[in-house]
Design a protein around this ligand. Structure first.
Ligand code: SF4
Ligand code: SF4
Length: 485
């Protein structure tokens, strides 16, 4: 009897691994060959109304993306996610980690928004607005077309032996890619640390900013790697949104779809064959020219149906529309449509699932607006100093030491006063009255002294009011430790 645990011979192992149906698109990746090596894609340059519209949308988005950290509202960046200082600027308003509820609502709103949008319109975000696709298709790919030509010329160049022309073209392309990656890397750094800190790194002595310069280098290499080599694999392998989209789509979702009812049975167009003759012969409108496949940046054939790799970039719509126009057939063999739209001619239907998503979206939106409108001007943290219990002063009063952290969420400097609310005693902030600069945090120490007859045995709850200009802005609760009786 054969031992099941024994390792299989290498040849048998290879057979079982390679036992795939290469004619079935579901059985293999379009970007991997039978040996498992990557198949480099050479998508043809799309031309058409959707490509033109995407170009303008992309230019707008790129302008916002690069200007984002440098545009200031009320002295704060339009968008900044300053992780080292845990300071976030959204539309010029500074948020702190203390605003965690606002972040939680905002994040849930974002996720639900994506779910609603995907359930209704598929991965339109990916093809039209995702920074990865926008930069890849509208900047890096266009540079490639400009320097190396369209897909056939690129393929020929890669196969050609090295020559002075090839070296020049490759150097020019990769030099530009590297330069652009440097700009993108610096922009990302500006989003993280702020544009002022980035400019300081650029202007100052490099030796004083080794960490910043290291990140500049790492980000540059990361983006160069993504746009020069990794490319569509970021969408098909890495992006989590692409992986879970299949759980959000249904037969009513509008996606880039091939009208198989109109297109099949596909077959080449014979010379001098009229549309009527073609129809009589049982052939559909698809002339099997593969133009839709040739332009696809993820290398798929949309005629196989909606696939995980499709980023809804609409390049195949343009390619097919051009073919249809040439052969005198109506455009839209590939178009934005739902499965029900193609099968039954239905328009976008508002399904109970969509209503459910929208209700959750609305509730979260209302919650977020309420939180933003009721956001306090100051945030106070008052914690007992670590290690200390209590001290008894010569007059017999008991004292506790606290650490105070005050966050001013307004744009202006704010003098702040702290008062004991529930007990008689004295509260002193070290260094006198605290003045918190606009949109900044300060830390200080606070000493609270209370007569023993005011205290309970052991722990006494303490309520501290935070005032500015006589108006109470915040209240914090803590514990005062005294002797046990
Ligand atoms: S471009 Fe249109 S006609 Fe050509 S293969 Fe694709 S679907 Fe068929
Ligand atoms: S199938 Fe069409 S829409 Fe989808 S990624 Fe390819 S070209 Fe873009």
């Amino acid at each position: 009897m054969a031992n099941e645990d024994q390792p299989k011979p290498a040849s048998e192992e290879r057979d079982s691994v390679q036992n795939v149906n290469w004619n079935d698109f579901r059985d293999h990746l379009s970007t991997a060959d039978k040996e498992g090596h990557r198949v480099w894609l050479y998508p043809r340059k799309p031309r058409g109304r959707y490509y033109l519209a995407r170009l303008w949308v992309s230019f707008g988005l790129i302008a916002v993306m690069f200007a984002g950290p440098f545009i200031h509202i009320n002295g704060n960046p339009l968008l900044m996610i300053n992780l080292p200082e845990r300071r976030f600027s959204i539309l010029g308003v500074i948020f702190w980690p203390q605003d965690n509820l606002i972040f939680a609502f905002g994040f849930l709103l974002f996720l639900t928004g994506i779910a609603v949008f995907t359930a209704a319109f598929g991965r339109l975000w990916c093809g039209w607005t995702c920074p990865q696709t926008v930069m890849m298709e509208m900047v890096f790919r266009r540079i490639e077309y400009w320097i190396e030509g369209d897909a056939p010329a690129q393929r020929a160049l890669d196969r050609a032996p090295w020559s002075a022309r090839k070296i020049f073209q490759k150097l020019a392309k990769h030099g530009l890619f590297l330069g652009l990656s440097f700009v993108i890397g610096n922009t990302l750094l500006a989003y993280i640390i702020g544009s002022d800190a980035l400019l300081k790194i650029i202007r100052d002595n490099p030796a004083s900013h080794l960490t910043g310069l290291t990140f500049m280098g790492l980000f540059t290499l990361l983006f160069y790697g993504i746009f020069a080599r990794f490319r569509e694999q970021a969408c098909t392998f890495i992006c989590p949104y692409g992986r879970f989209q299949s759980t959000l789509l249904d037969e009513n979702t509008i996606v880039v779809a091939y009208d198989y009812k109109r297109g099949e049975k596909r077959g080449p167009l014979r010379r001098s064959q009229t549309a009527a003759e073609r129809k009589t012969s049982g052939a559909g409108d698809c002339v099997d020219c593969h133009q839709c496949v040739a332009v696809c940046p993820t290398g798929i054939d949309i005629r196989n149906g909606t696939q995980m790799e499709c980023v809804n970039c609409t390049a195949c719509i343009d390619a097919c529309d051009n073919v249809m126009t040439k052969i005198g057939r109506p455009r839209g063999l590939i178009r934005f449509a739902s499965l029900n739209g193609i099968e039954k001619g239905e328009r976008l239907r508002v399904t109970p699932r969509l209503i459910g998503y929208c209700t959750v979206l609305l509730l979260l939106g209302l919650g977020l607006v309420t939180l933003l409108l009721t956001r306090s001007d100051v945030d106070t943290a008052l914690l007992r100093a670590p290690g200390g219990l209590f001290q008894t002063s010569p007059d017999g009063r008991i004292s506790n030491l606290y650490l105070l952290k005050l966050t001013n969420k307004t744009h202006h400097d704010m003098p702040v006063e702290l008062k004991l609310e529930n007990i008689d005693g004295t509260l002193s902030v070290f260094g006198g009255q605290a003045v918190v600069p606009g949109e900044q945090q300060i830390e200080s120490s606070v000493l609270v002294e209370i007569a023993p007859d005011q205290l309970a045995s052991g722990n006494t709850p303490l309520v501290v009011g935070v005032y500015s200009g006589g108006k109470r802005l915040d209240t914090v609760k803590t514990i005062f430790i005294g002797p046990r009786r």
